[in-house]
Design a binder for this molecule. Structure first.
Ligand code: MAV
Length: 331
């Protein structure tokens, strides 16, 4: 009875009970569509699935979460375009470096070496310190960060073995599109180029680049080891996965549901962080035991840090974000 009355109110509030985006009508009160690069075994997708479950548990509205995985709807830069325009999808995970085109400060939160370790990363993501970046994203792109997942450690993945800083000189590697990513890897004397994630396997296979940098769960799913079987433990980044909702989709939700979505985003993020960080080393071990990868210690991580710190400082200064960077470092 209560649910029926509530359903009527919600239908009135959103004008129709069709999908918020798109035209399909189904038995649910509404549909929210999401997108993922990976299949449902990856913590990335599991986080988004959890988000849907948490919303439905807390809400009397019956929402169909239509999550399109396996890059069916493209890769993250495509998701960003959709979300800012308010078409095709309502929510997704987007690496901060893929948000640079709309909000140049965002990659500050996933630039290499910004986190000392997992505890530091977790403390930053559980705090309010990144609020100014969230505000910039909302302001410039109408995108809302409703939670933070992630937790994979990013290492070098290459066709040939690398184990020290000298072997990095001139190393042709793919990096994400944000300019700060290229600047960091140039500073350590590698030869970075920005290539779309979906093109990386071919780029390595055809010798355009010798490798990339990524976390173990994604290396496993995209099978980069088939063309680049060497993993070097540079541990230069810990993945940050903002759960992003289109402001246009969010504003169409009734107010009570908006609160539920915000809470579910936070909780799904915490769930995703715990999941991905706990699986990370195991997945690396799994690939090693299966003979798919060879793992190499990296001798000169401290030297990398020395070379990269001035690049981080200069980037923060250009953005007027020195205080923010200091606040992150001080945590
Ligand atoms: C990873 O597999 C993911 O973290 C994803 O968010 C990034 O877009 C991708 O790497 C990448 O390197 O582009």
């Amino acid at each position: 009875m209560f649910k029926a009355i509530k359903k009527k109110l919600i239908c009135a509030a959103i004008a129709s009970c069709a999908t918020l985006l798109g035209s399909g009508v189904n038995a649910a009160d509404m549909t929210l569509r999401g997108a993922s690069l990976f299949d449902n075994e990856h913590a990335y997708s599991k986080t988004l699935i959890k988000f849907g479950e948490l919303v439905n548990e807390a809400s009397d509205t019956d929402i169909a979460f239509d999550l399109r995985g396996n890059s069916e709807l493209g890769i993250e830069p495509d998701y960003v375009n959709f979300l800012t325009k308010g078409v095709a999808i309502d929510y997704a995970i987007i690496a901060p470096s893929n948000l640079a085109r709309f909000a140049p400060s965002l990659p500050l939160m996933d630039m290499p070496f910004v986190f000392r370790d997992l505890a530091h990363w977790n403390a930053v993501l559980s705090s309010d310190v990144l609020k100014p970046l969230e505000e910039e994203l909302l302001d410039k792109a109408d995108l809302m960060i409703i939670g933070y997942a992630g937790g994979g450690t990013r290492n070098l993945i290459s066709a040939n073995a690398i184990s020290n800083i000298d072997e990095l000189t001139g190393h042709k590697m793919r990096v994400m599109g944000a300019p700060i990513q290229a600047r960091v890897f140039q500073a350590i004397k590698a030869a970075p180029s920005a290539i779309a994630y979906s093109e990386v396997y071919n780029a390595i296979q055809t010798g355009v680049v010798d490798g990339l940098e990524n976390e173990s769960a994604s290396l496993l799913q995209y099978k980069f080891f088939e063309v680049a079987p060497h993993v070097t433990l540079t541990q230069h980044s810990i993945t940050v996965r903002p759960i992003v909702m289109s402001g246009k989709s969010f504003r169409k939700l009734p107010e009570e549901l908006q609160q539920i979505v915000l809470q579910a985003g936070k909780e799904a993020g915490a769930y995703g962080r715990e999941l991905e960080s706990s699986e990370d080393a195991l997945k690396l071990e799994e690939m090693k035991s299966a003979g798919q990868i060879e793992v190499h210690e990296f001798a000169d991580r401290d030297k990398l840090l020395e070379l990269v710190t001035p690049v981080q400082d200069a980037y923060a200064e250009e953005l007027g974000a020195q205080e923010l960077l200091e606040a992150i470092r001080a945590m």
